[in-house]
Design a protein around this ligand. Sequence first.
Ligand SMILES: Nc1nc2c(ncn2[C@@H]2O[C@H](COP(=O)(O)OP(=O)(O)OP(=O)(O)O)[C@@H](O)[C@H]2O)c(=O)[nH]1
Ligand SMILES: [Mg+2]
Length: 418
Amino acid sequence: MRLSGADARAIASNILKFADDFSWRPWTAALARLQDVDQVVVTYFGAPRSYTAEDVVEIACHGSPVVLRFALERACEQGARLAEPGEFTLRAYVNGRIDLPQAEAVRDLIDATTLYQARIAAQQTAGSVSRRLKPVKELLLQLIALLEAGIDFAEDDIGFASSSEVEVLIMPILDSLKALVKSFAYGKLVHEGFTLAIVGRPNVGKSSLFNRLLEQDRAIVTDIPGTTRDLVSETASVVGIPVKFVDTAGIREGQNTVEALGIERSYQAMADADLTLVVIDASVALEAADEALISRAQGKMLVVANKCDLAPAPRGLPVSALTGEGIPELRRAIVDAIAPRGRIEQEGGFITSLRHEQLLRESQEALQQALTANGLGIPHEMLLLDLYAALRPIDAITGATTADDILNRIFSTFCIGK
Ligand SMILES: Nc1nc2c(ncn2[C@@H]2O[C@H](COP(=O)(O)OP(=O)(O)OP(=O)(O)O)[C@@H](O)[C@H]2O)c(=O)[nH]1
Ligand SMILES: [Mg+2]
């Protein structure tokens, strides 16, 4: 149980019994009794060096929900109240201990389902997003300061930035923004995961392949066509990205209602998937139904010829769910489809939040407009409107820029008026 705020220690003192020689020493743990119910460990974090930057007291009880509830009720009787969802992190933000991207990353860290996701979120809680944006924002502020100075001090007749000079200054900012926006394609994958559907005619070995890829006996396998009737899905980590594998009902014509409904879901799974494995049976001749599925699977698709232990594959990647032949190659092909070579190395250098992506895209568009306006020789007063429009979305991520920030830049980088 975590108490945060000026009264944290007073409330804890009222509900706990400490040893006679106890005194509050920050970042130290002490034993205490919670009435006749539990023996607890109490840790005190002194403001501002605590999670919320306020006084924080953490009480570690034994895990039973009834004990925790008892502790919560006693604390509330003494004037505490239950925290809103995310309130401790909100306070950390309001108290200036972390910025907005760091707060958002705390949520991602808690929600992480793979270690890789957690690692990326941890980098972001440490401020990697703001760090990445800082030089971009700095360049933009310098450009704004330069143009503002040119306007404010025009009568001094100092030859401020020509249109080609301004272009040279805009370009690197625009390039950085574009790269960041582009990095979201991969960042989204890391954040939201990837869906892989396994489809094909009945009995080609979809469920066998599904089990083989997951390395567990998850879906039922029989030699009766039409075994799988509904979607079976399981999530596993592939190169750190949560991948949802979906096994589907075999697709064929004119079956009973249950099977027909299952087949409808197979089509839906295929439409929802980021990658579809169309499984064909190497041991029998290719049918029109196989061809129909292959042409229906749009976007990212791999043809997998299963049962290659029985006959050579007519086309596609030869594998055998039975013997394991070709499975490493299939895994590699899946990894390549998820994360094309090289992408994986840019750890921390990409954005994972849709909110950030939209803001950066907005900024990029405004800057693009500034570039066009600059090429047309539009006066700097107008150009500045676009530059401020490019700055605002960045501010929405990193925190606001004040007029002083810009004035300070003007006066620190130019010796105007001496
Ligand atoms: N020889 C051989 N047999 C296989 C292989 N993969 C699956 N089988 C057999 O093929 C039959 C059907 O396998 P399933 O995995 O149930 O096929 P499915 O595509 O899921 O079938 P439905 O769910 O009915 O659409 C079973 O008898 C499996 O043992 C393989 O690589 N080689
Ligand atoms: Mg099956």
